[in-house]
Design a protein around this ligand. Structure first.
Ligand code: ATP
Length: 428
């Protein structure tokens, strides 16, 4: 864990936020490499959930929405964690995360738990009174439910179909921590899949399998991933069944994604509170019904952390130890590094030309400083799967070396064939 957090800071994946002011309450900023990796991760989700299917469409709803939405969804009254105070050291804890004693001072003199609402409140407009109260969304899902009719009418879909969205969510977590595992501002990737009510359980099974596959295909080893069904007393107020995709973090199993059967709870709640009919009318059968919803809800920032942890490795190459991030090429910040053997101006124009051709297709880093060995180490450490090296022979034979991160094997290919070689090795 420490090694990954360290690497994130040192190489520019994740920085503590507001660092020059001493940091700010478990918030983080994504640096030049982190922003690339996070985008790649979200793109990989979008590709699987939308691009490769014809039954799911996208949405980007507002973060600030009518407060009536959060009353209807149950968040105003129910979205709480049990908060206890330590009477001795005054620290505050989530009761379900401690075992009867204050983790700070060990005292068992704790107040009884009270419900603490996790939504951030703000005021919209120039007058801060009761009528201007709004909330930062604590999940992206409700933006999907309240657009159900808009999407149904404009996208000409019928159940089973889904609406997917990626975006920031905010929760005033009592105890954020474990790096970006639990933060107060984070990013979610959620999809609501609307189905005829009798088909709810079937689609729930389907999405549990699909989502597990997504993580394994992108490189999480099977022994670090599990699907855990919730017990009846764990279920949220809206759920008829929930399973969590869990990852084996250094401190134990933790949730990456929740897959829930939300039944018709949300659409019915919004229909009641808004007075609108949120139904599907099947013209073929003349049937009118409120669809059931199956929701795979994942955290993008939390997933990024688990992909980094799973990819981190140390090995020995030619007697020298190295750190290597064995990231899936779709997630790696860069897919290709172009490295001229030296800064000589006979080599750099050729290398720059290759880089500019590859950039059209892949995220590509051009680096000409330091000894070549050190540059390979850097690329290994940031997870770049392939490096193209331009050397003095290149000027004679018009060929370059393509080096693989994982095996460190090198092949010599003509410049004209570089793109094809890279495509073959990356698989896209
Ligand atoms: P937890 O039990 O860990 O508080 P949750 O069950 O409340 O999480 P959901 O409401 O199911 O979480 O949210 C879906 C996903 O969003 C989670 O699986 C997680 O990946 C992500 N997520 C939720 N809260 C946070 C947070 N505070 N920081 C980072 N990611 C989060």
């Amino acid at each position: 864990m420490d090694k990954v957090v360290n690497l994130c800071k040192r190489r520019g994946f994740v920085f503590p936020s507001s660092e020059i002011y001493g940091g700010f309450r478990s918030t983080y900023d994504y640096g030049p490499l982190g922003v690339l990796m996070l985008r790649n991760l979200k793109d990989a989700w979008w590709r699987t959930m939308i691009q490769l299917r014809d039954d799911v469409v996208g949405l980007d709803s507002a973060i600030l929405m009518s407060p009536k939405i959060w009353e209807a969804s149950g968040h105003v009254s129910n979205f709480t964690d049990p908060l206890v105070d330590c009477r001795k050291c005054k620290e505050r804890w989530r009761e379900d995360q401690i075992e009867g004693a204050c983790p700070n001072c060990g005292s068992t003199d704790l107040t009884p738990a009270r419900a603490f609402n996790l939504m951030f409140q703000t005021n919209v407009g120039p007058v801060a009174d009761e009528g201007s109260v709004a909330y930062l969304r604590p999940e992206t899902a409700q933006g999907i439910f309240v657009n159900f009719l808009n999407v149904l009418q404009t996208s000409r879909r019928k159940p089973p179909f889904g609406i997917a969205q990626i975006g920031k969510s905010f929760r005033n977590e009592i105890t954020p921590g474990n790096f970006v595992f639990r933060t107060r501002e984070f990013e979610q990737m959620e999809m609501e899949y609307f189905v005829p009510p009798p088909d709810g359980p079937k689609w729930f099974e389907y999405w549990c399998e699909e989502r597990m596959r997504w993580y394994t295909e992108l490189g999480i080893p099977a022994d670090k991933l599990r699907l855990r069904q919730h017990d009846a007393d764990e279920l949220s107020h809206y759920s008829a069944g929930t399973a969590d995709v869990e990852f084996l973090f250094p401190w134990g199993w933790g949730e990456l994604e929740g897959i829930a059967q939300r039944t018709d709870y949300d659409l019915r709640q919004h229909a009641r509170h808004s007075g609108q009919k949120l139904e599907y009318f099947d013209q073929a059968t003349g049937e009118r019904y409120v669809p059931y919803t199956v929701e795979p809800a994942a955290g993008a920032t939390r997933a990024m952390m688990s992909f980094l942890l799973a990819a981190y490795d140390e090995d020995t190459v030619a007697g020298e130890s190295r750190t290597v991030l064995r990231l899936h090429p779709r997630l790696a910040p860069y897919q290709v590094a172009v490295l001229p053997l030296s800064k000589k101006d006979t080599l750099t124009p050729v290398a720059r030309e290759i880089a500019s051709q590859l950039r059209v297709h892949y995220l590509c880093e051009y680096d000409e400083t330091q000894a070549i060995g050190r540059r390979y180490r850097r690329q290994d450490e940031i997870g770049t799967p392939l490096a193209v090296t331009v050397d003095f022979e290149t000027l004679e034979d018009r060929a370059v070396t393509v080096r693989e991160r994982d095996s460190t094997e090198q092949v010599r290919v003509p410049i004209e064939g570089v793109l094809e070689t890279i495509r073959g090795k990356l698989g896209f």
